[in-house]
Design a protein around this ligand. Structure first.
Ligand code: PLP
Length: 388
């Protein structure tokens, strides 16, 4: 009997994995293809997990999250993000990808449209497809000095044209390293609220920014503007605390229907999130935060090395990234992003991801470097890039 096609059949495995497999056949590869931070998880967080294990925190967790964890999230949202919420509007999830999956599943019915900025982290589009919703796009603008920006007027037009139920906004942004200034973000928040579009903030890089002040969350601006539309924010410990392998995150929403659906979705997909890991997560959020500043400064140094190299190179140009740990470079020597990525792997053992992976319109003449690998590796890469 023929098997019916499922929404998930419309997704693709990540191009990043393809590139990584090729790169790992090389003797001395430079791993600038991957968003895996080189920093280890801080010891006090590891210690908290060990203590929770030894204290017997090994049973089922409530499916919406351990009380201590949810309380820590509420305190973090208030102190770190200036957002008032309560434990009834917070849920533990298994990292950012799971958070996005359950959030999109809670917000969009199969066949409904979900708007994304283009380019975007390719996985987001695939998450939308896997849930049965339909991704539609609003193009960011590109300018050599400003880099990639999102115009609120273009967003309003895209909403009118596509009639999406939700807009997923990742800020600071993967792959472009763009950070939306607070005043523009406030306009974006308004555009969504006035049209009843559920704003989903993908806050994976909230702590990795090189602007003078921490960029505000869309949800915080929404609350300050006293708007009344649904807003949901998805957080992960992966980047802020270098905890990619722990698989922990949380979702905060102002919408009662969404939190009820999220509770059911987490219950029937994961039956709750690892208990002792949540205790460690609570310590990460409420304990000393100097690790996030140390990571940020480490990434800033790596960014500066790469930006300097790209400025010296003839084959590339870029605007200075303002956040996350990605540099999206324009290929200036007449070959495509795909060809450049292949050449860099083959000839220089240097990992990148071609822009076509992130761009809904396909090959776009860009390549993305992730500069979260070791400073030595970034330095070696920068020396090569400067000569190209
Ligand atoms: N959102 C963005 C934009 C990302 O780049 C990532 C990971 O690279 C995630 C979400 C998900 O992170 P994780 O599933 O590791 O928590």
């Amino acid at each position: 009997m023929a098997r019916a096609a499922l929404p998930v059949d419309g997704t693709r495995f990540s191009k990043i994995v393809e590139i990584r497999d090729l790169l790992l056949t090389k003797p001395n590869p430079m791993r600038l293809e991957s968003g895996q931070p080189d920093f280890d998880t801080p010891d006090h967080i590891k210690q908290a997990a060990i203590e929770a294990l030894l204290a017997g925190k090994t049973g089922y967790a409530p499916s919406s999250g351990v009380a201590e964890f949810k309380q820590a999230v509420v305190e973090k949202m208030s102190g770190h993000n200036g957002l008032a919420t309560d434990t009834d509007h917070v849920i533990a999830v298994q990292g950012g990808m799971h958070g996005l999956f359950v959030t999109v599943s809670a917000v969009a019915a199969p066949g409904e449209r979900v708007l994304l900025a283009n380019p975007n982290w390719g996985a987001t589009k695939n998450v939308v497809i896997a849930t049965g919703a339909v991704p539609v796009f609003v193009d960011m603008e590109y300018d050599e000095t400003e880099g990639f920006t999102l115009d609120p007027k273009a967003l309003a037009k895209a909403i009118e044209a596509h009639q999406p139920v939700a807009f997923i906004l990742n800020n600071p942004h993967n792959p472009t390293g763009a950070v939306i200034p607070d005043d523009t973000l406030a306009e974006i928040v308004r555009v969504c609220a006035e049209r009843g579009v559920h704003l989903i903030g993908d806050e994976a890089y909230e702590d990795i920014y090189y602007t003078s002040a921490k960029p505000k969350l869309a949800a915080t601006l929404h609350q300050q503007l006293k708007l009344h539309s649904p807003v949901t924010s998805v957080f992960t410990f992966s980047k802020s605390y270098s905890m990619t392998g722990w698989r922990l995150g949380y979702v905060v929403t102002n919408d009662d229907t969404t939190i009820t659906r999220l509770k059911k979705l987490v219950l029937y997909s994961a039956n709750g999130i690892n208990t002792f890991i949540q205790f460690a997560g609570a310590v990460a959020l409420t304990g000393p935060q100097d690790c996030t500043a140390t990571f940020r400064e480490g990434y800033r140094r790596r960014r500066d090395l790469l930006v300097e190299a790209v400025s010296a190179a003839k084959a590339f140009s870029c605007a200075e990234p303002k956040g996350a740990f990605y540099l999206h470079a324009k290929v200036e020597n007449g070959i495509s992003g795909d060809q450049m990525a292949a050449l860099l792997v083959e000839k220089h053992e240097l990992g990148t991801v071609p822009g076509g992976f992130f761009n809904a319109h396909g090959e776009d003449g860009f390549i993305r470097w992730a500069y979260c690998c070791s400073e030595d590796m970034v330095r070696r890469a920068a020396e090569i890039i400067a000569t190209l």
